[in-house]
Design a protein around this ligand. Structure first.
Ligand code: SAH
Length: 297
């Protein structure tokens, strides 16, 4: 985080697409700390941004950060981007000039150990983006079968050792030894064979990613949400998506390609835009980012 805020990824590139023409209303569907909204608002004189987030803390942070600096030009709503059409209808906004989906978790969420997103943290196994909603990661690990856990780790984590890890998870939870993020890291450490732990990414990374995606239902209806945003855009309007792992990127890529093939949109990025070396150096979390943008015909 810079200055205590999540650092927006490829902010210049994203804002460049969103402000390349006068576009009255922009929806920042995953507003987080409002970094991208800030960039869009400060580059334009009359753009109006509607921010959305499922996390009430993000809504509070973005609201207090932006509303006073850009009076009358920013509004933020707590909600799921799957409900974008209803939110716009409620606000009386008939059409969009652009929409942004910056997928995944924010640094604010990752760096707060209480939220349990990080394998470096000491907190409880929570991992909910929307803390007013149902199950925590601990709840699902306590109730799902070994087979269900294995499937999640394989599909959403692309984890090679999903069978071993799910077996160890079930053993630990049955012994009452699975409460915190640290406990889970220990269990994963036991499950993965020694040589596989050396070099490369942290051994717990794939499991944490998989649980987070499953718990927050991150991939279901992502394609549909992108399509709906395009539907809400006026001709010439853009939909931009930043993804951070291959499963997300595949959905974005396939959805955008299909919209182009159906004659509804044109891809402005034939290949995804990726961060510069300098940005990766400055902000390690941008490393895996891919930006794809379409324009409505
Ligand atoms: N662009 C932001 C950072 C966004 S991080 C910035 O520059 O500050 C991704 C955000 O998306 C998180 O705050 C997360 O809570 C939110 N999010 C995840 N799934 C969501 C959904 N289905 N609807 C709305 N917000 C969501």
């Amino acid at each position: 985080m810079t200055g205590g805020f999540h650092e927006p990824v490829m902010a210049h590139e994203v804002a460049g697409y969103l402000t390349s023409r006068p576009r009255r209303v922009i929806a920042d569907c995953t507003v987080g700390d409002g970094g991208h909204s800030w960039e869009v608002l400060s580059r334009t004189k009359d753009a109006f941004v509607v921010g959305m987030d499922v996390d009430s803390e993000a809504v509070a942070v973005a609201g207090s950060r932006l509303s006073s600096v850009f009076p009358g030009r920013f509004v933020v709503v707590e909600g799921d981007y799957r409900e974008l059409p209803a939110v716009l209808a409620e606000l009386g906004i008939p059409a969009l000039g652009g929409a942004l989906f910056d997928l995944g978790v924010s640094s604010r969420q990752l760096d707060n150990p209480e939220r349990g997103f990080s394998y470096r943290g000491e907190g409880p196994l929570d991992m909910r983006m929307d803390r007013e909603s149902g199950l925590t990661a601990k709840d699902i690990l306590a109730t799902w079968s070994e087979e269900e856990i294995e499937k999640i780790l394989r599909e959403y984590g692309e984890e090679r050792f999903s069978a071993r890890i799910s077996r160890e998870i079930v053993r630990a939870r049955d012994e009452g030894l699975l409460d915190t993020a640290k406990d889970l890291v220990r269990v994963i450490g036991r499950a993965i064979p020694g040589p596989a732990k050396r070099g490369g990414m942290h051994p717990a990374r794939r499991t944490f990613q998989a649980l987070r995606i499953a718990l927050n239902d991150e991939l279901s209806r992502l394609g549909g949400s992108l399509e709906r945003a395009l539907y809400l855009a006026r001709p010439g309007g853009v939909v931009a998506a930043l993804s951070y792992h291959s499963l997300e990127d595949r959905i974005v890529k396939d959805t955008f390609r299909s919209l182009e093939e159906r004659g509804l949109a044109m891809r402005l990025t034939k290949k995804p835009v990726t961060p510069s070396e300098a940005e990766i150096e400055r902000n390690g979390r941008s490393r895996s980012a891919k930006l794809r943008v379409i324009e409505k015909l």
